[in-house]
Design a protein around this ligand. Sequence first.
Ligand SMILES: [Mg+2]
Length: 248
Amino acid sequence: MKLAIFDIDGTLTLGDRLGTRLFFRAFAEVYGLEEVDRRLSGYAHSTDSGIAREVLERAWRRDPLAGEIETVKSHYLDLLARALEKNPGAYRQVAGASAALTGVGSERGWKVALASGNWRRAGMMKLESAGIAAGDHVGAFAEDGLSRAEVVSMAVQRALREAGGRSFGKVVYIGDRNWDVETAVQLGIDFLGVASGGRRDELKDGGACSLVSDYDDYGGFFAALRDATGPATASRPIRRAAGEPTIV
Ligand SMILES: [Mg+2]
């Protein structure tokens, strides 16, 4: 049995940073924190829970209480829900994403899971806005850990439990940012980059050996998924026998 784990933002959905803007607006509205680093790459962990904790830690120079994080989380989820009520189609899918999720799920020997740095409800709202039905797939979210590696590990465990197996013969994480590549390296799993947001160079520099632009060509995407390898690392350089990154 093989497992394909899809990230959400930039991998399945595109939303012109609406979620990010509202996420940081919540800190301003709840705690009056206006001067917050809004570059997601400026944080130790690329999850809503990890970033929220670090924003408050930096501002207050102490560990935030769970309830203090809950308050800002709940305000952010309200802001996002209201924005999507006004504009239900604010998110769109990366070309062919919905069909790709369904397609891989029905491939013999493959299971599908979601693993996102979003808090669960935010991830689900973005998928729904983009018209992607993902209700049946197991998933792990920012509630499952501060680091993306914890979240992706939890997705693997849940998928294993569902499949009733002891291990997968192959696990591919499908993501769009350098932190996704790093996560695959940390967990020793394979990686397929989706260069949907023009981040081809970021992914290649991070060590991604397999890349697609989107899922428009399902056959090409599935071949890249099947053949995906682990990212290149210092001990496993990119120009190995497999050659240049595969661009589909
Ligand atoms: Mg992403």
